[in-house]
Design a protein around this ligand. Structure first.
Ligand code: FAD
Length: 340
């Protein structure tokens, strides 16, 4: 349609949105659009630095509203909060009157603390924990493919009826040696811990430029994904990132806090964040290697306890727990996908 057409910018009635509750929704005639004027003003803004016709941050707000609607639709506790609510949470409201999503049910688990507590309990119950054993391939019996244990790089073996492969982003490589395919979507990542701060914010914040959570010792754990391509993996297996990026990320976190001294990075750890290829957790016994179970997820903190419980149930009873039905490793096998 030509911009000179009298119908240009008009929406046909069948495309109008509806407003209201399910049985009381009424169609709303949209304002007439004017793309020609929009692009004229946009060109002017780009060339001459005048105000853009639409604030680009509106697009971010719209995405947040869609994300919020998705969460509510799935029954996830989600609230859109305003500038005033942010101030009540001791968070700086930012330069514009933007909305934010508050998920009151979200918390933060400090994995080192959780692991210490679980390891202590495990030892008290008579478990033996071996650390620093290096790469430990899984061993299976030749005749029937059943798992028989693991062997460390220095030749030490542990025999057992069951093995749980929970090797993080190396899980796909470990099971590949057993002829099992699990796609890998793991990405480079960095987690920064800030120096202790007097900031009073106690919420988990997921914002477009930073995710931050209160961490034990009055500190904050901070991360995001925008700097992924600045993380370098070296040939010797070590990782690095320029310190300016660490400071930039922590600066973004400081900007969210109301009236607080700027946060200072205390430490940062780099490595691959384990993510299965389809983004969904992988839990369960390998169909072709009886006795070998897998636990591979990017939500190890959130799911660790329940996943541990369900995996233990399956190892001890041999039953397949219905809660794991959608997450089984065989969903990737060619027969399951109907390719054979
Ligand atoms: C920046 C960042 C943010 C995160 N945010 C969240 C979050 O918001 N919510 C959440 O729930 N989780 C989060 N996580 C957790 C994370 O994504 C994982 O889910 C969690 O670390 C998985 O724990 P894991 O024990 O399975 O694997 P890992 O912690 O990766 O541990 C695997 C271990 O296996 C060892 N290993 C590897 N290969 C072998 C082998 N062949 N033989 C023997 N040992 C081997 C490795 O050395 C390692 O010690 C985050 C992680 C990062 C890095």
């Amino acid at each position: 349609m030509s911009p000179a057409d009298p119908a240009f910018g008009q929406e046909p009635e069948e495309h109008w949105g509806v407003l209201g509750e399910a049985d009381k929704a009424t169609p709303v005639k949209p304002e007439r659009g004017n793309y020609a004027e929009f692009y004229r003003l946009l060109g002017e803004a780009l060339r001459e630095g005048t105000e853009p016709p639409v604030d680009p941050s509106d697009a971010v707000t719209v995405l947040d509203i869609i994300r919020h609607a998705h969460q509510v639709q799935r029954g996830y506790a989600s609230h859109l909060v305003s500038r005033a609510d942010l101030t009540a949470h001791h968070l700086a409201p930012g330069p514009r009157d933007q909305l934010a999503i508050h998920n009151p049910g979200e918390g933060w688990v400090s994995l080192p603390h959780l692991i210490d507590a679980l390891a202590t309990e495990f030892a008290e119950l008579g478990g033996q924990l071996v650390t620093g054993a290096g790469r430990c391939p899984v061993e299976a019996e030749r005749e029937n493919g059943r798992v028989s244990g693991v062997r460390s790089e220095n030749g030490r073996s542990w025999h057992g009826d069951a093995v749980v492969v929970a090797c993080g982003s190396d899980t796909p490589a470990v099971v590949a040696e057993l002829g099992v395919y699990i796609p890998d979507g793991s990405v480079p990542s960095m987690l920064v811990i800030a120096e202790p701060a007097r900031a009073e914010a106690r919420s988990v914040l997921n914002t477009p430029r930073v995710a931050m959570r209160p961490n034990p010792g009055e500190t904050f754990a901070i991360d995001h994904s925008w700097y992924e391509d600045r993380i370098v993996e070296h040939e010797d297996g070590t990782w690095s990132i320029d310190e300016a990026t660490v400071n930039e990320l922590v600066g973004e976190a400081s900007a969210l806090l109301d009236d607080a001294e700027p946060l200072i990075p205390a430490s940062w750890k780099l490595g691959r964040k384990p993510i299965p290829g389809d983004g969904q957790p992988v839990f369960g016994e390998l169909a072709t290697v009886p006795g070998c179970h897998v636990a591979f997820t990017h939500s190890g903190a959130t799911l660790g306890l329940i996943a541990g419980e369900l995996t233990t149930h399956e190892v001890l009873t041999g039953d397949r727990h219905p809660l794991l039905a959608e997450f089984r490793p065989e969903r990737y096998s060619p027969t399951h996908r109907g390719e054979v």
